[in-house]
Design a protein around this ligand. Structure first.
Ligand SMILES: [Mg+2]
Length: 284
């Protein structure tokens, strides 16, 4: 978008023409939108900014995420969502044959994205070992699924993880994330997974290569230092940590250099305020 078509915005927001927002802990917790998120996201859109949503949560399809935001009053198209499930399907299209069989430890949204990517999702690893075991968040994970995943990987299936987040922020507490399930399978097999989601730069690289995201004109906003902020720093995208999710101000104080955000926000409304400069840690 040429600068002339952008409306002026107050505060930090005015410096960027593209925004990449994480979802869990940034836009909402569970089904509860976070303070000022709806108003800020709609204002960015109305002022001509390009907005993407980037999530490691593989539990829903891009269409389902668009519907969830719409139900909260945020208009968004499926193409604006960059999810680890969708990125995993893209990765497997390059790594495996079309129609390859996958055993999925994950939720319906992940299975749907993989089927849409041209793969067969199987419910049993016998008698034919699947080409890969794909692991994401699975709130119905159990010992039997663990045993099937173990058997397939020990017999040659590739071990692919949508992400390795240890936790994710629900409405009133932290819950175990996909990383806890990935760790169970890694322990049972002695194999390490290929991890697709943040902080793996592969999840955003196609957008940068196509020129849809220009790092220097983009602000990435996330709630986790070890995924969101680490990814932004790897790709030289300016980034802000928002304190409505997992990482805290104390975490920032002892974070390694590669996980330090340029800005720390109390909530998304700080993007529009002057107070944000007082929170500046170091300038990009
Ligand atoms: Mg998050």
């Amino acid at each position: 978008m040429p600068e002339s078509m952008r409306e002026r915005l107050p505060g930090l927001a005015n410096r960027f023409d593209t925004f990449v927002f994480d979802l869990d802990g940034v836009v909402y917790r569970g089904n509860q939108p976070l303070p000022r998120a709806i108003e800020v996201l709609n204002l960015l859109r109305d002022s001509g900014r390009q907005v993407f949503f980037l999530t490691n949560n593989s539990g829903a399809t891009r269409q389902q995420y668009a519907e969830k935001l719409l139900s909260m009053g945020i208009e968004a198209q499926p193409e604006q969502f960059i999810t680890s499930a969708w990125a995993t399907a893209l990765y497997l299209q390059r790594a495996l044959d079309r129609g390859a069989r996958l055993f999925v430890v994950g939720e319906p949204g992940l299975k749907q994205e993989l089927r849409a990517g041209g793969f067969e999702v199987v419910e049993s690893v016998e008698p034919e070992i699947p080409a890969a075991v794909v692991v994401g968040i699975d709130r119905n994970f159990n010992y039997e699924r663990l045993a099937q995943a173990q058997y397939a990987i020990l017999n040659g299936a590739r071990f692919i993880a949508t992400n390795a987040d240890a936790t994710y922020p629900a409405e009133d507490r932290l819950l175990p994330g996909a990383g806890a399930i990935v760790a169970a399978i890694a322990t049972a097999t002695g194999h390490k997974p290929r991890i697709i989601g943040k902080p793996n730069p592969q999840i955003l690289q196609p957008y940068i290569e196509r020129g849809q995201i220009r790092p220097e004109q983009t602000l990435l906003v996330g709630d986790r230092l070890d995924t969101d902020i680490a990814l932004a720093n790897l790709l030289h995208i300016p980034c802000a940590l928002v304190l409505t999710g997992v990482s805290t101000r104390e975490d920032v104080a002892c974070a390694p250099l590669e996980q330090l955000p340029q800005w720390v926000l109390n909530n998304l409304a700080d993007l529009l305020g002057d107070a944000v400069d007082k929170l500046l840690i170091h300038s990009g």
